[in-house]
Design a protein around this ligand. Sequence first.
Ligand SMILES: Nc1ncnc2c1ncn2[C@@H]1O[C@H](COP(=O)(O)OP(=O)(O)OP(=O)(O)O)[C@@H](O)[C@H]1O
Ligand SMILES: [Mg+2]
Length: 496
Amino acid sequence: MSHIRKSFSGITVLDDVSFEVKSGEVHALAGGNGAGKSTLMKILQGVYSLDSGQVTICGTTFNGSVSIAEARQAGVGMVFQEFSLVPTMSIAQNIFMGSEKLQGVFLDKQAMNRATVQLLNRLDVDLHPDTEVGELSTGYWQLTEIAKALHANARVLILDEPTASLSATETQTLFDLIRNLKSQGIGIIYISHRMDEIRQIADRITILRNGRNYLTSDLDSISDEEIIAGIVGHQTDNLSKRESRVCLNDEVLLKLDHLHTENGVENVSLEVHRGEVVGLAGLMGSGRTEVTRAIFGVDRVTSGSMTLSGKTYSPKRPQEAIANNISLVPEDRREQGLFTGHSVCDNLVITRYDECERAGLLSNKSIETLVDNLVKGFSIKVDDTKTEAYRLSGGNQQKIVIAKWLGKDPDLFIMDEPTAGIDIGTKREVLDQVAKLAEQGKGVLFISSELSEMVAVCDRYVVMKHGRTVGELPAEGINNEADLQLAIQHSGTLNK
Ligand SMILES: Nc1ncnc2c1ncn2[C@@H]1O[C@H](COP(=O)(O)OP(=O)(O)OP(=O)(O)O)[C@@H](O)[C@H]1O
Ligand SMILES: [Mg+2]
């Protein structure tokens, strides 16, 4: 892609950007939220037109915009940030959607199934082609998406934040697959906000900043600090451990006592005090999200109990949790957290209309002030807050969800992967906000698959394994990811 320019309603989003990926190479595309990564890839894939510039795919040069059909024909495959599969259809039906094999006028199901098995074999996946996609875990959705792209003979594969909803094991499976595809000569464009992943999988990196090329480099000849500074635009300290504070008061806010639920919680006991951040540690699939679902009244409790500020608490639905001053930043907030057709402003104030009310009327002035503060506080990249939320970049949409909940004033915050999709610069700000909540005397239950974030913000850890709590650790003595990793492993064995 050379000298690509693109603007939306007069606002320049890509300004003379050039980018290339070689056959058999993994090229990381990095940059802050709203830098233009997804837009550049949507141009390559034919979803957006370009204003000027040139795209060459596997030797075919397009002067002007590429259409979706042309891009696919030329060999571009994309795995979307939001999946494009139909959950009620089988794997084979999804892969062959739009290119069904026919025998006469009838669908040739057997031939499609055979071809699907071949594709899945190429990916080392053992799934039946008739399996409904809706029954698969997210990791397999992604593999199905990749199989679909390969079926279309992709020579260039675009992965836009592919691990955002994958477990650690699924991520490693994906990386094995990427290595496999690399060896087959496929060029892979890998978008991610996670440094460790870029280091593990990429050969080269290009950083975009505010819609312009900032640098392109081999990963071997660039340091983490240079990459972070390139993305953020200034030097930042690495995530450092927060001064652990003595709990201001001993008040137990939330207590779970031998909790079991209908869905994956198999004996969990823990406490969250006012003024502390409790990290719920453990591998993906250890039942952490399921604990948050129980506290938030989504999953039914089958035995054991919960108390909130000493009183029995047994929510039947999320509204009861909210009425009890509990806030949840859910893991899958892209689906649950946002009204994408509504403006940024509406989305930010929806939880807080009560504060903007003056004598029974909504005060425009107070709405404006509130929204301004949130947009600045979370560096949400938007020119006009009347813009519909779907027009924002993925990470900026996530910031809205977090801002709207953090801005509220509940007693207990539950945060499940609050920084997923958020760029390195803003992660720090989100974590600072979390610490601030604790300092204000709130209780926080915090989950992150990035251990460095846990270390940076938690006062105490509760370790989970197979749906059970298996240990508790103070923050003292845990000063980095390795310490925490080791402690988590150790907790499991101690309590066998
Ligand atoms: N359909 C659209 N209409 C108007 N503006 C848009 C549209 N799509 C993207 N933009 C703007 O283009 C800019 C770049 O967005 P893009 O999605 O490419 O960022 P990104 O680098 O992928 O960020 P993230 O890391 O958050 O996913 C943003 O400021 C965004 O608001
Ligand atoms: Mg994006």
